[in-house]
Design a protein around this ligand. Structure first.
Ligand code: NDP
Ligand code: 2IT
Length: 454
């Protein structure tokens, strides 16, 4: 038999992509995530015929298990609502399924599958023994009272509890799911199972099994990753300006760490518009508005004084800055926005969100020589500290914030190094997309190969 070449592997991967699109209709985000990974794998398959023989890519693109369930709940006026719940247990070759829950009106099976697929590679890159999964619901928490959110979470967990466990599947937060929701979910799990199984969820409160630095981890980690990319280019964060999108968990702690490392975030955004603050975003005010009051960012601009303006609609990427950290949602940064960033002299783009940059936009950035950190590497700090939370829970231990943050920094530097080296090894110097996809793939593929056809 003739050994595969990069070009014959490319043809096979293209055919596989077509088949996956056909078998998973109407799931554009899942198709996009698969496309982006398969695009990187031809040179690996060309030298690893054993991967091809074992149909590893085919198996990796098919979730191990997909759970869809009804979530009925009552609002404060007694009206009954019916939402849909999802948990996609994508791959457990490296450890229990691990990944967040997203509550957002846009959630559907294709979105959960894209997130679960990304999570498999991201979790492999952390090196911490966690498989990949994702879940959530099309429940929209905006404007819902605390008790409505609690009743929803209780109903969601009433079904989800039978599928999860510290050694099986360990959910956490994502869009619309933060400390409050994890609390309600954990309470219901404990009540139903009569078990203090702290390792079943991560993102818990500090006094009941949570880890220091977990709320901060994704944003802090992304800033560490951006700093590493800049360091490779002989620069650091000192004095750099940044454009940040989003105003939730990831954006807030991105802005906080940028400041701590001498940079200045000029913007934040939500689905209504964006804020530009000439003095730099005041993170304490942002926390007050978003985390305490759960208000909109227009409120931030109103209270901040003359330095800040709220722009309804518009594109946050129009604001000139040295680095960009998209931290809201998928496909929020398209080719046109990328071209604007390049025109404005951006040096690095590092993804806090999952798949915020379209493939066309990534091409624009690569062509212009901009350092681009893909989410599965750059935002892995959140799930990495989740894995550290699981370690602490298993040992009934509590680490100091300094210890967790040291570990986080080391893990982010290690992920950066792995992606950089892997890209070099596969003749794509400086291409962190290639590096992250191949390095994540190799780790999962080797474990799957060793564990047989299952
Ligand atoms: P939050 O719910 O805390 O914040 C989400 C932010 O993004 C809000 O400002 C929200 O604005 C905005 N947003 C959400 N959906 C849209 C949309 N369709 N269009 C425009 N803006 C939108 O979520 P997180 O900060 O936790 O998550 C942000 C991103 O980071 C997501 O892609 C998530 O998958 C990713 N991520 C999160 C991790 C975590 O640990 N939390 C870890 C790794 C990645 P609005 O209120 O108007 O909806
Ligand atoms: O996308 C992500 O990595 C997360 N939402 C965090 C997952 C986790 O299990 O901490």
């Amino acid at each position: 038999m003739t050994p595969p070449t990069t070009s014959s592997s490319k043809d096979k991967l293209a055919a596989l992509r077509t088949e996956i699109e056909h078998r998973n209709p109407a799931q554009p985000e899942f198709h996009q995530a698969v496309h982006e990974v398969l695009e990187s794998l031809a040179p690996v398959l060309a030298v690893r015929d054993d991967y091809a023989q074992a149909s590893l890519v085919e198996r990796l693109c098919e979730p191990e298990r997909q759970i869809i369930f009804r979530v009925p709940w009552q609002d404060d006026r007694g009206r009954v609502h019916v939402n849909r719940g999802f948990r996609v247990e994508f791959n457990s070759a490296l450890g229990p399924y691990k990944g967040g829950l997203r509550f957002h009106s846009s959630v559907n099976l294709g979105i959960v599958k894209f997130l679960g697929f990304e999570q498999v590679f991201k979790n492999a890159l952390t090196g911490l023994g966690i498989g990949g999964g994702k879940g959530g619901s099309d429940f929209d928490p905006h404007g819902r009272s605390d008790s409505e959110v609690m009743r929803f979470c209780q109903s969601f967990m009433t079904e989800l509890h039978r599928h999860i466990g510290a050694h099986t599947d360990v959910p956490a937060g994502d869009i619309g799911v933060g400390g409050r929701e994890i609390g309600y979910l954990f309470g219901q799990y404990r009540r139903i199972t009569n078990r203090w199984e702290s390792g079943v969820l991560t993102g818990k409160g500090l006094s009941w099994g949570g880890s220091a630095i977990r709320p901060e981890a994704t944003g802090y980690g992304n800033v560490y990753f951006a700093a590493e990319m800049l360091r490779r280019r002989g620069e650091d964060l000192q004095g750099q300006t940044a454009v940040v999108s989003g105003s939730g968990n990831v954006a807030i702690y991105t802005i906080e760490k940028l400041k701590a490392l001498g940079a200045n975030a000029l913007t934040c955004s939500d689905s209504g518009g964006y804020v530009i603050d000439d003095k730099g975003i005041d993170v304490e005010l942002l926390k007050q508005v978003k985390e305490v009051e759960r208000a909109r960012i227009s409120e931030y601009a109103e209270r901040r004084g003359a330095s800040a303006r709220y722009i309804s609609g518009g594109s946050v990427w129009d604001v000139p800055a040295d680095i960009a950290l998209p931290s809201a949602t998928q496909n929020e940064l398209g080719a046109e926005a990328a071209a604007t960033l390049v025109r404005n002299g951006v040096k690095a783009v590092s993804e806090g969100a999952n798949m915020p940059t379209t493939m066309e936009a990534v091409d624009v950035l690569h062509e212009a020589g901009v350092a681009f950190g893909p989410g599965k590497a750059a935002n892995a700090g959140g799930v990495a500290v989740s894995a550290l939370e699981m370690q602490q829970n298993a040992a009934r231990d509590t680490w100091t914030p300094a210890r967790v943050e040291d570990e986080l920094l080391r893990i982010m530097q290690d992920i950066h190094h792995t992606c950089y080296e892997t890209a070099e090894r596969y003749d794509a110097p400086g291409n962190y997309v290639t590096g992250a996809n191949i390095a994540g793939f190799e780790r999962v593929a080797d474990a799957m190969l060793a564990q047989g056809v299952i």
